[in-house]
Design a protein around this ligand. Structure first.
Ligand SMILES: C[S@@+](CC[C@H](N)C(=O)[O-])C[C@H]1O[C@@H](n2cnc3c(N)ncnc32)[C@H](O)[C@@H]1O
Length: 174
C-alpha cells in the first residue's frame, strides 16, 4: 500500500536521529515504526508504548532479538521514567490496523500527552505526529492537534496531501 505520509515521516526520523540517541514511539501498534527507530539507533535506545496488550505483543514479536528496545503496556498519557531527554518522540495516531477500531487515540489524552512530550524533549529534539482525519475521532483529533501545533512558537512543518488524507506534523524543540 502507498503510504507517503509514513515514508516521509521515516525520512525525517532517519535524517534527524544519531546512532546513540534515545527515542520514544508513543503508539507502537504493530511495531513497524518501532522497528525503523530501532534500526536508526544501533547504539541508542527506543521506548515503545501502547495501550493495547495485543499491540505490545505484536511489537515484541517484530522486534524479537533486539536489545535496544523497551516495551510499555500503558497509555501514553503518563510518561514512564526516562533515562535521558529524548531526541525524538513519535505519534502515529488512530487505531491498530487489523485490530479493534473502537480503541483509537482520543483528542484530550493526545493533547495532554503531546504537551508533556514537548516539555521532555532534548534541545533540538523533535516531535513527529501523524493524524488520520478519515474517521470521526481522527478528524476531531487532527483539528485539535493542528490548533495546538499552530499555537507553538517552535519550528514546525505540516505535510497534508489533500483534504481528508493523513497529515504529518513535525515540530523541533528550542
Ligand atoms: C495507527 S496505530 C499505530 C501504528 C504503529 N505505529 C505501527 O507502526 O504499526 C495507533 C495505536 O495507538 C494505540 N493507542 C490508542 N490510544 C493510546 C494511548 N492512550 N496510549 C498509547 N497507545 C494508544 C492503539 O492501540 C494503536 O495500536
Amino acid at each position: 500500500m502507498h503510504k507517503p505520509h509514513l515514508l516521509l515521516a521515516h525520512e525525517y526520523w532517519r535524517n534527524h536521529l544519531r546512532p546513540s540517541d534515545f527515542a520514544i514511539d508513543m503508539t507502537c501498534g504493530n511495531g513497524h515504526d518501532t522497528l525503523l527507530l530501532s534500526d536508526c539507533l544501533p547504539l541508542g535506545l527506543v521506548y515503545a508504548i501502547d495501550i493495547q496488550e495485543q499491540a505490545v505483543k505484536n511489537t515484541r514479536m517484530r522486534l524479537e532479538g533486539r536489545s535496544n528496545i523497551h516495551l510499555f503496556h500503558q497509555s501514553h498519557e503518563t510518561l514512564p521514567p526516562l533515562p535521558k531527554a529524548p531526541a525524538l518522540i513519535v505519534y502515529n495516531l488512530g487505531y491498530l490496523p487489523g485490530g479493534d477500531k473502537s480503541i483509537t487515540t482520543q483528542t484530550e489524552t493526545t493533547l495532554r500527552s503531546l504537551q508533556a512530550s514537548l516539555a521532555a524533549l532534548a534541545p533540538d529534539g523533535a516531535l513527529s505526529i501523524t493524524c488520520y482525519p478519515g474517521h470521526e475521532e481522527g478528524a476531531r483529533e487532527e483539528t485539535a492537534v493542528r490548533a495546538w501545533v499552530n499555537s507553538l512558537s517552535e519550528k514546525k512543518f505540516f505535510h497534508e496531501w489533500r483534504p481528508g488524507s493523513p497529515t504529518l506534523f513535525w515540530i523541533v524543540a528550542h
